[in-house]
Design a protein around this ligand. Structure first.
Ligand SMILES: [Fe+2]
Length: 190
């Protein structure tokens, strides 16, 4: 082994419009700006749950002018989040449309009530929801997926199964089916 022990610390993403991204993560996601570098980088922290909260969990960095030119050549400079909604398959795994190789970024929230409230508020704002609320088989976590301004999918996740270092269960092989992705698939009103 190279690394003996670790946890996930932060993710860094490139964005088309830094100010629009900061507005989304502060207004919708209740994050705060910890620091900035020039006019192209911002560090964001999640709402402090303790006095020892870390400086940042996200770094958002403005694409360079050259990178924006490449996006424009590919026809990907403008992102219409509602366009993506129409491309979603009705059934099957939550194959979220993305504008890059990052599939989604998941934030932990306390419980189903938090996820339900978020879904309602997103609907109030006419913000697209890709999937959920639902519950994954693997991990048993409750989920909600929606896009940030660049189309990166955000997942809110609650109540994930704990995997203790000692006494955890062996890994299980799940069937490749819609029920694996969402065990609530057939639930009506939750
Ligand atoms: Fe996930």
């Amino acid at each position: 082994m190279v690394v003996d022990n670790m946890g996930l610390d932060h993710v860094a993403i490139k964005v088309r419009d830094l100010e629009r991204t900061i507005e989304f993560y502060t207004d919708v996601m209740n994050m705060a700006v910890s620091d900035r570098i020039g006019d192209s980088v911002a560090f964001l922290r999640t709402p402090a749950v303790s006095e020892t909260a870390d400086h940042h969990e996200m770094n958002v960095t403005q694409y360079s002018d050259e990178e924006l030119d490449v996006l424009e050549q590919r026809g990907e400079l403008e992102v219409d989040l509602h366009d993506f909604e129409e491309d979603l398959p009705e059934d099957g795994p939550p194959m979220l449309p993305t504008t890059g190789p990052i599939y989604h970024i998941a934030f932990e929230v306390p419980n189903f009530a938090s996820i339900k409230a978020a879904a309602e508020e997103l609907e109030n704002r006419n913000h697209p929801i890709y999937r959920g609320p639902g519950r994954h088989g693997p991990g048993n976590n409750i989920f909600l997926y929606f896009p940030d301004p660049d189309g990166y999918a955000i997942e809110l996740s609650a109540k994930m199964e704990e995997a203790p270092e000692d006494g955890g269960r062996p890994a299980r092989q799940w069937p490749k089916s819609p029920d694996t992705w969402n065990v609530w698939r057939n639930a009506e009103d939750l």
